[in-house]
Ligand binder design. Structure first.
Ligand SMILES: *[C@@H]1O[C@H](CO)[C@@H](O)[C@H](O)[C@H]1NC(C)=O
Ligand SMILES: *[C@@H]1O[C@H](CO)[C@@H](O)[C@H](O)[C@H]1NC(C)=O
Ligand SMILES: *[C@@H]1O[C@H](CO)[C@@H](O)[C@H](O)[C@H]1NC(C)=O
Ligand SMILES: *[C@@H]1O[C@H](CO)[C@@H](O)[C@H](O)[C@H]1NC(C)=O
Length: 457
């Protein structure tokens, strides 16, 4: 197969000399390219498309969009103190990646007519107004993760004049949105601001109805859309983060899919954190099951799900207590995965996947009669799929919590894999979390859907 490659090498813009330690002479590149056509190995072209994922593609790209991703490779921070990517506009929000070597500053100038947001991807930053951990020297340090089972705003205060990296440096996404746009609801997938998409190789970014990727599994009418995607790699070419964007409509009881990522191979597993950009309803947010909390007397068992709404909307046929973390625009949630209380690292299932309870992004109606806004709105959000190495939770974030359910997320026991004869590689307890006995679906379909959701959002 012919291989082609379009590469754009962007010189780093001169950064004002706010930091005396910055080496003014150094210039460096952030390499932005469209993923090369073809496969990583020769054997890939001789096998069925099902067999190609994931080995034939760069680590981090999703199964439903394994080709045509934008790849951003960071320079080596040891020879490049401040690196800034070119800018994309995605659904009207400006978007760029910034890498700072330890202690470096990125100057900021956010005016009163815009909102700015920062999502860390590696390392830490000091003294932004996002809550973190106070260091012995009195600085507030913000990390890739915020406290588990809660939500936080990622908005930066207008008065902040620079972002300073912590002692391990920082990589973050910086997003800016004009105030007027922040107040606009999304009501169409083929109009601005949904379609306001610009930047290097942005022709490759197309809103795609999720059923188009899996026509046999989902009705074509399902109002659940995907925009893929940008793969961020470190200077060695290792995956660091993947970003993709999604929408779901208030109508037809759609939501972002209920999934737990079980069985994702260890070298592809990620810690996912969602930030909402446009919210369709006041309760838009993450629904998450609380492990080990079977509803008996205090919470009525959720009603059975109508045949057509099996995987979208509602609490499904799940007898565990579930909660929703509301996510207004610019908010992100903390870890929903299982955490090792002694070191803050994610715990893994028997194949190396970061272990999650069932969860999904939901929007829902705006009144008890199931009503929607007029015209109906879409929720639009971005997911950060972080490599497991960067999502360690500072243990001080695990020590005192107002949410009593946190205890269910730390030191969650990891079940052993079943032997090959019992099951392929399905981690034991995940299957029983979805109560099959009350479901109308065939288990074959369920297995397919759970495989599809395995790596989803
Ligand atoms: C940019 O990345 C592409 C794809 O990996 C590579 O072929 C090219 O050599 C890189 N360019 C530079 C200047 O590093
Ligand atoms: C992930 O690991 C599997 C073996 O466990 C290997 O076959 C596969 O090529 C690896 N993928 C990547 C992208 O490294
Ligand atoms: C403030 O931000 C808005 C929106 O990004 C921009 O259009 C405008 O030019 C900026 N104004 C000033 C004075 O910089
Ligand atoms: C948690 O971390 C400790 C210390 O590193 C380790 O000994 C233990 O095995 C880990 N537990 C799990 C469930 O991963």
């Amino acid at each position: 197969m012919m291989r082609w490659l379009i590469t754009l090498v962007v010189p780093i813009a001169a950064v004002p000399q706010l930091n005396a330690t910055m080496n003014a002479g150094i210039s460096c590149n952030m390499n932005v390219s469209l993923q090369a056509e073809g496969y990583l190995h020769d054997w890939c072209k001789d096998v069925s498309s099902k067999t190609r994922f994931p080995a034939c593609y760069p680590a981090g790209v999703p199964e439903w969009h394994p080709e045509n991703n934008i790849i951003v490779q960071l320079p080596d921070p040891s020879s490049c103190p401040v690196a800034v990517s070119p800018e994309w506009i995605i659904a009207g929000w400006s978007w760029k990646y910034i890498q700072l070597a330890p202690g470096e500053l990125y100057p900021l100038s956010v005016n009163q007519s815009e909102h700015a947001f920062m999502k860390l991807i590696r390392g830490s930053v000091l003294d932004v107004n996002q809550i973190g951990v106070q260091t012995p020297s009195g600085h507030w340090e913000t990390f890739v993760v915020t406290p588990p089972n809660t939500e936080r705003s990622l908005e930066l205060d207008h008065r902040l004049s620079a972002i300073k990296a912590g002692e391990k440096g920082a990589v973050f996404a910086l997003m800016v949105v004009p105030v007027e746009l922040f107040n606009v609801p999304i009501t169409a997938m083929d109009q601005a601001p949904t379609t306001t998409i610009r930047g290097p190789h942005s022709d490759a970014m197309k809103w795609t109805k999720f059923p188009t990727y899996f026509p046999d599994a989902f009705p074509e009418s399902l109002e659940f859309w995907n925009l893929a995607g940008i793969l961020l790699q470190d200077h060695s070419g290792a995956r660091l983060n993947y970003n993709q964007w999604w929408t779901q409509s208030q109508i037809d009881s759609t939501d972002g899919g209920y999934h737990n990522h079980a069985g994702t191979p260890g070298n592809l597993t990620f810690g996912e954190l969602h930030m909402v950009m446009y919210s369709a309803a006041p309760n838009t947010g993450m629904i998450v099951q609380l492990p080990h909390t079977i509803s008996t007397e205090t919470v009525k068992k959720p009603e059975e799900i109508p045949e057509n709404n099996k995987y979208f909307w509602n609490q499904r046929d799940n007898e565990y207590v579930q909660m929703t973390l509301p996510l207004p625009p610019g908010y992100v949630h903390g870890p929903l995965w299982s955490i090792n209380a002694s070191n803050g690292e994610p715990t893994r299932d028997c194949v190396g996947a970061v272990r999650y309870p069932w969860h999904g992004l939901v929007t829902g109606p705006i009144n008890a009669a199931g009503g929607t806004s007029q015209p109906p709105r879409y929720t639009l959000w971005v997911v950060f799929e972080h490599v497991p190495e960067v999502i360690k939770v500072p243990t001080s974030m695990l020590q005192y919590v107002t949410n009593a359910y946190l205890q269910n997320f730390v030191d969650w026991p990891t079940p052993a894999c079943k032997s090959k004869s019992e099951s392929e590689s399905e981690p034991e307890s995940d299957r029983q979390m979805l109560d099959l006995s009350h479901s109308h679906v065939t288990s074959a379909f369920l297995l397919f859907v759970s495989a599809v959701w395995m790596t989803l959002i």
